[in-house]
Design a protein around this ligand. Sequence first.
Ligand code: ANZ
Length: 840
Amino acid sequence: DELPAFAQLQEKWQPIWRDGGFFRTDDPEDKRPRKYILDMFPYPSGDLHMGHAEAFAFGDITARYWRQRGFNVLHPIGWDSFGLPAENAAIKRGSDPREWTYSNIAQQKASFERYGVSFDWSRELHTSDPEYYRWNQWLFLKLYEKGLAYRKDSWVNWDPVDQTVLANEQVLPDGTSDRSGAVVEKKKLTQWYFRITAYADRLLDDLKQLEGTWPAKVIAMQRNWIGRSNGARIDFRIEGRDEPVTVFTTRPDTIHGATYMVVAPDSDLAAELVEGQPAEIAEPFAAYLARVQSTTEVERLSTDRTKTGVFLGRWAINPVSGDRLPIWAADYVLSDYGTGAIMAVPAHDQRDLDFARAFDLPVKVVVDTFQPVTGVIPVIPPDGELPDIESVDPAVTGVALTGEGRLVNSGSLNGLSKTRAIEQAIKELEAAGTGRAAKSYRLRDWLISRQRFWGTPIPIIHAADGTEIPVPEDQLPVVLPSTEGLDLKPKGTSPLGAATDWVNVPNPIDGTPAKRDADTMDTFVDSSWYFLRFLSANDDTKAFDPAEADKWAPVDQYVGGVEHAILHLLYARFITKVLFDLGYVHFTEPFSALLNQGMVLAGGAKMSKSRGGVSLSDELGRFGVDAIRLTMAFAGPPEDTIDWEDVRPGGQVKFLNRALRLAMDVTSAPDVVWSSGDESLRRHTHRFLADLPVLAETFKFNVVIARIMELVNVTRKAIDSGPGGADGAVREAVETIAVALSLFAPYTAEEMWERLGYPPSVALAGFRKPDPTLLIEESVTAIVQVDGKVRDRLEVSPKITAEDLERLATASDLVQRSVGSRRIARVVVRAPKVVSIATE
Ligand code: ANZ
C-alpha cells in the first residue's frame, strides 16, 4: 500500500470538513460543558504569514484539545477589516478600500481552510460590514448616554503624513507615529473621546483577577500604562488672582522646600497668568510657547535635556511656609498630567534641580537623606562616614537627594521619616483646608475620532446651532457612502465631509438643515467588543445576546501577540466594564487567560515584508500543513521565539508517515476487545493518556509531541516484533495516536481514522479515559544532566529507546532553561537511566 502525499490528503479532507460542519457550535440542546477559545482576529493585510501560522496553530491546538476532552468548544474567526492600510492602498490605486479589503479576506480565508484550523465558520464577521459596525455605533450611543463619550477641544497628537490624529498609545517612545513613522506633532482640534479615565482604578485593581493566567509582563505593562501615583493636591494662593492654583505632588512632605512654581506653557492657566503682563514678559512667553508646541512629549519629559522656561512675572504663596514663590512656565511640566502645575522642590527632584541651577533659583534641603531611618538603609558613602548634609548641597553637586531620610527645616514635620511626613503633611493640609490626598494617572481619555474614510461613522448629527443630536437607534446603521467622486487623500479633515449628499441631513428633531459628524472611529473601538459579537454573529436585532454572553463569555483562552499588551487589551477590558455597568454582561474581565506566542524569526532576524524571511505558502508547499503545524508546536514552549533556521519540518514529514503507516498495519476490526491485548503496550498508551491533560493544559505541546513519537515507536515494535497488527492493544494505541495527533496534524489524523474504519471526524472522537489499573507500572527514573549537573528527573518506561529518551530530555522545561541560549554540543544517552547533555 502506497503512502498518500500530503497534498493529496489536504485536497481530500478539506471539502469534507467544510461540508461536515464539525466545528459548529449552535445546538441549543448541547449539554456538554463549554469552552471559548479565541485567537486575536487578523487584519486583512495580505496573505497569512509565518506569525499567523504560529499563533493560529496554538489557538487551534487548544480548541481541538478541549473538544477531545468532551467540551463544546467555540472557536470563531473574523476580520478586523477597517483601517488605514486599506485606505492608503485605495488611494494609490484609485480604487475603493472595499476591494482591497474583501479580496484580502477571501485569500486569508482560503489559507485558514487549507491550514486546517477548526473554526466555526458560521460565525464569521468583518468589522467593515454595516452589519457589524452598526453595533459600534450602538455602543457609541450607549457611552454617549452615560457621559462616557464626549467631544472636547484639545491638543492632540497629529500625524503629518497620514494627516490624522493618533491616540497616545499610537505614539512611540521616540515621538514618532507607529503607523507612518513621522514625527508626531501637536495640534488643537475638537475631537471625540471615550472617558476611560473614569475606569482607571478598576482597570488597575482588576488586574489582580488575571494574575497567574495572564503573562506577568502584560499585567506589568497595563499597570505602568495606567500609571497611578498617590500624593496630594495643594492649593497655592496667587497674588492678584482670586482663585488659588492647585498643584499635584507625590511629595507633600517636601512642601517647605518648594522654592518656585511651574505651570505648563501650553495650559490655559499659563495664558491667563500672562494676560495683562508687560511686553518684556508676554513676548518671550509667546515665543517660548510656539517652540514648545513643536516639541514631543517624550522630549519634554527627558531628564537629560537642557531645561528651558520663562518667568511669568507672577507670584504664588506657599500655604505652609508663607514663602513667596516666583511662577515660571517650563515645558518639563505637561498640561495634561496632574493639574498642569507643580510646586518645584529642587533639592529633592532632579528635573527641578536642573532647572533651578539653570535659572539661578534657590535650593532648600528639607530631607536629610543621610540620617538613618529605622528599617531603611540610608545612603552611606564609600568611606563609611555619614557626611554633613551641608557638604552634599544639591545646589553644588547637582544631584537631587531623592532617597529616604528624615525631615529637616520643615517646622512640624522635622524628624519624621519621608513616609510618615507625607501622611502628616496631608493631615495638616486637610486641616487647614489648603490640600487633600489625591491620585493622579498617566492614563488619558481615549481619543477615538479619526479624519479618515475607512472606519465607522460617528452616529451624531450637528444641528445648525451646534447642538449634538445622537442618531436615533432605529436609524442605525449610518452607512459609509460610496467612494464615487470622493477624494480620500489625507488633508486634515475627514473625506466624508465632502460627501455632500451624505453629510447634509435634516435634523432628526425638527427637520431643519443639519450635518452628520464626518469623523470615523478608531478601529480599536471595533476590536474592543468583537469577542461578544461572535456569540450572536448573525443576529440583526442586537449587538449580542446577553443570554449567549452568560453561556460562553468571558473568553476562556485568548491567544495572540504581545504587541497588543497595552492598547487592545486595555480597551477591551474598559468596554467590558462599561457593558457590565450597563447590565449587558455579568463579568468584568473579558479574557480569563491569555497566551502570548513568541515570534518566528528567520536566522535570528525578524521577518517582515521589506526584509523578507520565510514564506508560509512556500513552506506549506514543501512540507505540507501537518508538518508545519507540528514543527511550530514542537519547537519549544509557545511563548518562546522560534528561529526557522533551527527547525526541521522534513523530520516531521517522516514522523507523520510513520504514524500513518501504523494505521495501515492495524488488521483488527473496530470491535476488537482491547483488554485482551498486549499489556505492556496498553500500559504505554494509558500512561500517555494519564499524562496528557497536565501537559496540554500548561501548553507543553512540545512534550506532548515527544510523547506521541515515543508511543509511535513502541507501537511499531509491537507490530513488527511483538503481538502484531491484529492485537487489540495495537488498535488501542493507534487510535490513541490518531486522536492525539488530530490536535497538531489534522489531515494525517483524519486519514488514520478513516483507515481504522471510522467515519469523519477524528476531531470529535474524544480521548479515552486512562485505566488506573494500567498506570501502576514499573517505571524507572531517568536522570538528565546538563554539563554534569542533574537538571531533571523523568519517569519513563524501562523499555524506552535511547532516541525517545533523548527527545523527552531535550524537551524538558528545566533542561531547556539550564541550557539557555547555549548550543548543545553532545548528548550521551544510556537508556533508560541517564541522559547527559554537554553544551559548547
Ligand atoms: C513636588 C516634588 C518634590 C515632586 C519631590 C517630586 C519630588 P509621578 O510619579 O509621575 O506622578 N509633576 C506633577 N505634575 C506634573 C506635570 N504636569 N508635568 C510634569 N511633572 C509633574 O510624579 C509626580 C511628580 O511629578 C509630582 O511631585 C511633581 O513633582 C511632578 F521631591 O512635586 B513633585
